[in-house]
Structures are given as structure tokens and as C-alpha cells.
Ligand binder design. Sequence first.
Ligand SMILES: [Cu+2]
Length: 152
Amino acid sequence: MKRLFALLLVSLSLLVPALAKAGVADLTVEAPWARASLIAGRPAAAYMVLKNTGTEPVTLTGARTPAAAMAMIHKTETDASGTTSMSPAGDLVIAPGATLQIAPGGIHVMLMNLAQPLKEGTSFPLTLLFAGGGTLDVEVPVLAATARGPGG
Ligand SMILES: [Cu+2]
């Protein structure tokens, strides 16, 4: 019985790190992209679709990239008078089976203080950060400055 308990403890301790990242492993990233910089010195934004194919909610908390000194998850909102503004999106929970659209005019990954202007035809690595310490690496292709998405 004592031996069984010890075995159980060992298997539990093996299980915990796997569980902490289970949600992130069930995330799929589709169609990541960013617009090329038109004007040097302006911030850029990265877009993609995140899908939670797992059974646990996953919480997106932030992002980082060597392409920019600061990366933040922002949301764009338009008020009743038609004024558009951006603010930090805070923690974003993606429920099991749900999809998070990170797209122009809505939630976006704001890239501030770019290391260099984003150039069409290149790509840069972006790491998404999740509650519980999970991370997800995405390679983001840079499309034309006039692109509306990977479809054109
Ligand atoms: Cu923004």
C-alpha cells in the first residue's frame, strides 16, 4: 500500500507540469500576418486566429517579440460618436471550442518601438503568453502595407 502511494506521488508530480500547459497544446494558430510598415517609427500590429481545440479554457495574457521593444494585446473600440480608440485588452479567455479573432478593427497584438520597420516578404517570430506560464511561438509573415489579410 505504501509503495502504491509512492508510485501515485511520482505519477502525480509528472502530471502537474503537463497539465499546466495542456491548454496551450490544444491551441491552433491560423493565418498569422502583419502589415508592412509604411512609415518608419510607427507601431505595427500582428493578427491571427486562435482556436482552442481542447477541453480547458486558455487565457491569453500577452506577447513578446524580438521585432519590437514592447508587444501588447490591444482592443480597438468605436464609441457612439464614432471615435475609435485602443486600450489594453486585459486577459482574454478562450473557452473550449471557441475561436479568438485577432484582426484589424478589433483585438490586435500591438508592436511598439519596432527594432526596424516591417518589410513585406519577411517574417518575424512572436511568442504568445498564457496564464499558467504556457507560451506559443508563431512566425508572422509580413504582407503588403495595404493588405487586409492573408487572403489579399
Ligand atoms: Cu493597438
